[in-house]
Design a protein around this ligand. Structure first.
Ligand code: GLA
Length: 379
């Protein structure tokens, strides 16, 4: 009987989510920089900084509180905030007053990954609480659900559908972000359970090897699942957190944009070097990520440690990344034959903000170690 109910729940697709997140969500998330050290004051200051730094105008609108805000439940089972977040409704009102949106985090299991209260057996109640607080985005992280569910695809999808339905019935429009590390073919069912995005891998860390592994190695093949309303999520940005060079952060930004990834900054926006601000707010690169066609880019050629990626754009042009994953500067060539092009095409360098004139047949550039040259090829 239980199995029947779960299956029935899964077969009824969650409605109303498709027009949410028509382009990949953009904003900020607390986890990469602050982990459990996030509180009301920090979130308010970050919201202020998103506006004053220009991030809001660049498109970063979600201010997402990750794990560690939760306390237990009251006698009626209502989720409580801990002392770091004395009044979530007031915080949401503050974030909204800046013209921004606010996100929160929970788990389908009894406990979150950092061992705070999860939503298990309180899904509808929690969704209503989030709606009452004015929450606009939920990241729902599998964590301890592995201890109460059997970890098959059907069970996991049903657990996510449960919250998907609860959000759809909450009375508020809430972006739904699945976090189950890309397991059990989530691309096949993530959108059906109401997901607007789903993580494709384990956690990113602020190191070249981590970003390279997630971005270059683990994304190819998933592009068929991405499109308006439902995106692959290769995890939040580490740009500005200090563990990579600015060249590597440029590669991170370029690749995530070609992948049509959600762009959730993970650094301390109150204290951002101009070089980091310029990377996060490169409007020509952000425009690639946010392109209305909503197609995830793919690798079109690879030779040793140099590779070329391409993303089709709504105006018929292509965003092309010439990447060098090697340890020395290298020449990278984007061949028209690999890009499905012929004839002469105008090029623009999206990091130098320079027109390069028209090229025929191919385009080559010297690319620094771990770096990128990103161009737009006009139709
Ligand atoms: C998991 C997620 C991270 C973060 C932490 C919080 O590891 O993948 O993104 O949300 O939990 O505990």
């Amino acid at each position: 009987m239980k199995r029947f109910l779960l299956t029935a729940l899964l077969l009824a697709p969650v409605c109303g989510a498709a027009d949410l997140a028509p382009t990949p969500p953009m904003g900020w998330n607390s986890w990469n920089k602050f982990a459990e050290k996030v509180d009301d004051k920090t979130v308010r200051e970050i919201a202020d900084a998103v506006v004053s730094s220009g991030m809001k105008d660049a498109g970063y609108v979600y201010i997402n509180i990750d794990d560690s805000w939760e306390a237990g439940r009251d006698a009626q089972g209502n989720i409580q905030t801990n002392s770091k977040f004395p009044d979530m409704k007031a915080l949401a009102d503050y974030v909204h007053s800046k013209g921004l949106k606010i996100g929160i985090y929970s788990s389908p299991g009894p406990k979150t990954c950092a061992d705070y209260e999860g939503s298990y057996q309180h899904e509808e109640q929690d969704a209503k609480t989030y709606a009452a607080w004015g929450i606009d985005y939920l990241k729902y992280d599998w964590c301890s659900a592995s201890q109460v569910y059997d970890n098959t695809q059907a069970t996991m999808a049903a657990a996510y559908a449960k919250m998907g339905h609860a959000l759809a019935n909450s009375g508020r429009t809430i972006v739904y972000s699945l976090c189950q590390y890309g397991n059990l073919d989530v691309g096949e069912w993530g959108a059906k359970v109401g997901g607007n995005l789903w993580r494709t891998t384990g956690d990113i860390s602020d190191r070249w090897q981590s970003m390279e592994n997630i971005g270059f190695k683990l994304q190819p093949g998933r592009e068929k699942y991405a499109g308006p309303g439902h995106w692959n999520d290769p995890d939040m940005l580490e740009i500005g957190n200090g563990g990579m060079t600015d060249t590597e952060y440029q590669t991170h930004m370029s690749l995530w944009s070609i992948l049509a990834a959600p762009l959730l900054a993970g650094n301390d926006l109150r204290d951002m070097r101009p070089e980091i601000a310029a990377i996060l707010m490169n409007q020509e690169v952000v425009a690639v990520d946010q392109d209305k066609l909503g197609r995830q880019g793919v690798r079109v050629s690879q030779e040793g440690s140099v590779e070329v990626w391409s993303k089709p754009l709504a105006d018929g042009g292509l965003a092309v990344g010439l990447f060098n994953r090697g340890e020395a500067t290298a020449k990278v060539t984007a061949k028209w034959s690999d890009l499905g092009l012929s004839g002469s095409h105008k090029l623009r360098d999206l990091w130098r903000h320079e027109d390069l004139g028209a090229k025929t047949g191919e385009y080559s550039a010297e690319v620094p170690s771990h770096g990128v040259v990103m161009v737009k090829v006009a139709r």
